[in-house]
Design a protein around this ligand. Sequence first.
Ligand code: AP5
Ligand code: MG
Length: 213
Amino acid sequence: MNLMLFGAPGAGKGTQAKYLIEKFNIPQISTGDMLRAAITNGTAMGMEAKSYMDAGKLVPDSTIIGIIKERLGQADCKKGFILDGFPRTLAQAEALEELMKNMGISLDKVISLNVPDELIVGRITGRRVCSKCGASFHVEFNPSKVADICDYCGGELIIRKDDNAETVKSRLEAYHAQTAPLIAYYTDMGVMVELDGTKDVNEVTQDMFALLK
Ligand code: AP5
Ligand code: MG
């Protein structure tokens, strides 16, 4: 199954991706997580991406398309994948379409998690992410079982550098200007389904599984 999780920053893409991995045993492909790993590893690509990410701006399309091309070509994607945070511009969506066409595959569903901007700041500022596997938690809405320790891999939970009220504003602006237009693109393609992302985490997961039956 080839899936895409779509939505604003903080909509719950990373959170729900973990449940899809468990259920369908397919990898999550998060361009945000891949860029953060590149920063941690001190690669040239990571260094280039860092200034954009810290400012809440989108990293240039050529960089992103390059990392996705390489990732989708890896063996574990043959049985399917969950795109999380990609594509985010029309150029990225078109590049993905071309790439999938060349691979002889197509998207089964794009799941949009709809959450209004007013709820986003509280979600982002209370988020804690795993420094090892990237899993997302929230101090109030989705706490880890043991404080500051990841439920999935035991890694340490940290606050993401771009998770502050000021950067969230830029990220929301980038989302509305550059990414939200893709809703029409995928609706026209006939693969878009929209979910109420304001329900609690478990309810959103159940709604998502119901539409993937
Ligand atoms: P990225 O890492 O993708 O960040 P983002 O899009 O800003 O999305 P988030 O990870 O913040 O949100 P999420 O939807 O995953 O929410 P989560 O599940 O964690 O990208 C970071 C940066 O990298 C970008 O700004 C850009 O610079 C660059 N980048 C990445 N991809 C790019 C691309 N394709 N093109 C160009 N640049 C790119 O949940 C958020 C919080 O809410 C958590 O605390 C969670 O516990 C909580 N929560 C989740 N669901 C619920 C719920 N139902 N109820 C209550 N709380 C909930
Ligand atoms: Mg995420």
